[in-house]
Design a binder for this molecule. Structure first.
Ligand code: MRU
Length: 368
């Protein structure tokens, strides 16, 4: 996708082989800055501190992180240590473990001298596969959006509500939940997006609004609690979100607040879709209740980052200094509240049978 007219991905191998470039997402939307990762520690920090975030991009960064680690030391011990370090960075996104396990299995048969090159090749393949996967999600989602728009009685624009950021910044390109939005917009379907701000880190206000704006998709940021009102007033035609981990029964774990949107959607008869690539499915989990929920730093709740009118970017406190804070990063939306799962292989019901029907080669075993 484009930034000020220039094609960008949120991660890329640098042409001189010196490292991996990323867009520093902690600086958006106020500043567009890129960072070079040259070591395992850099990659782990980028994931942990959320310079990169979003399940597929976390997986891609981990894959390149394995390359950076093996470049320094390709022994079996270093391979195991790199895998452990990367998997510990963020607990929720299953793509992270999937990518690390894939890289381990890919390089292990090679002699030490060839492992780094094999890792680099495989990381590149994982990135290209993610782009193709998201484009396929976009095409399947486009048909869903086309149908919903055609069925609208008022003939007005398709009004989509999304939570967090599941756009191109969260993947290697296109995004998952936003891929159908971009494709519908490009196909001439009038689309307008309600963007949940997504406290505590405001990925909606900072990232989704920014990337939709860069592509020219009309969007409006709303506070997280506005969705119920908008749906009750008939202002939302469809909700679509991403997911960090999907259980085999179709329960979806996503950014905190997703569950409340699904409840409001059900109460108001608004279709609620979740877009996901295959590596987001955790076939080892029979339901979402077993998904560990990431608890993050209190400072993300007690403070917000923003730009003052004089252009300075600062963090300011919004709670009393001694306020107790809890910061749960994700919640689980039960499959019964999900109208459909939009995957690279097509659209299915959020159910064991639905997922098994699309992924007969994966269901009943490990995805790794
Ligand atoms: O904490 P984040 O910013 O990594 O959370 C991201 C999300 O919740 C996304 O919706 C999810 O990873 C899907 S991204 C295609």
């Amino acid at each position: 996708m484009k930034v000020n007219g220039v094609a960008y991905r949120p991660i890329w191998p640098e042409a001189d082989g010196a490292g991996v470039g990323i867009i520093d997402q902690t600086k958006l939307p106020h500043r567009f800055e890129t960072v070079r990762l040259t070591s395992l520690a850099d990659a782990a920090h980028a994931i942990r501190a959320m310079l990169v975030r979003g399940a597929p991009l976390i997986g891609a960064t981990a894959a390149y992180g394995m390359w950076l680690a093996l470049r320094a030391d390709a022994s079996d011990a270093a391979l195991a240590e790199a895998a452990e370090t990367l998997v510990a960075t963020r607990p929720t996104a299953v793509n992270l473990r999937w990518a690390v396990d894939d890289l381990r299995a890919t390089v292990r048969p090679f002699p030490e001298g060839e492992r780094a090159a094999a890792a680099f090749r495989r990381a590149g393949e994982i990135c290209e596969a993610d782009v193709a996967t998201n484009a396929a999600i976009g095409r399947h989602g486009l048909e869903v959006f086309r149908r919903i728009h055609a069925e609208k009685r008022d003939g007005g624009p398709l009004r989509v509500l999304t939570h967090c950021n599941a756009g191109w910044l969260a993947t290697v390109d296109w995004g998952t939940a936003l891929a159908p939005v971009y494709m519908a917009h490009d196909a001439g379907i009038p689309v307008e997006v309600w963007v949940d701000e997504t406290r505590p880190r405001n990925q909606g206000a900072a990232l989704t609004a920014w990337e939709l704006g860069q592509h020219g998709v009309p969007n409006r940021v709303v506070v997280d609690n506005a969705g119920g009102l908008l749906m009750a007033h008939g202002q939302v035609d469809v909700c679509i979100t991403g997911t960090d981990r999907t259980a085999a029964n179709g329960d979806v774990c996503n950014k905190i607040g997703t569950y409340l949107k699904a409840l409001a959607a059900r109460d108001n008869g608004v279709p609620f879709y979740v877009a996901l690539p295959g590596p987001t499915i955790d076939w080892n989990l029979s339901d979402g209740g077993q998904i560990p929920i990431e608890e993050r730093a209190a400072r993300e709740v007690s403070h917000v980052q923003g730009m003052a009118d004089d252009g300075t970017v600062a963090e300011v406190r919004v709670t009393p200094p001694d306020a107790e804070v809890a910061n749960y990063g994700f919640d689980v939306t039960p499959a019964r509240l999900v109208t459909g799962l939009i995957t690279e292989r097509g659209v299915c019901t959020a159910s064991t049978a639905g997922l098994a029907g699309l992924y007969p080669d994966m269901a009943g075993g490990s995805a790794a």
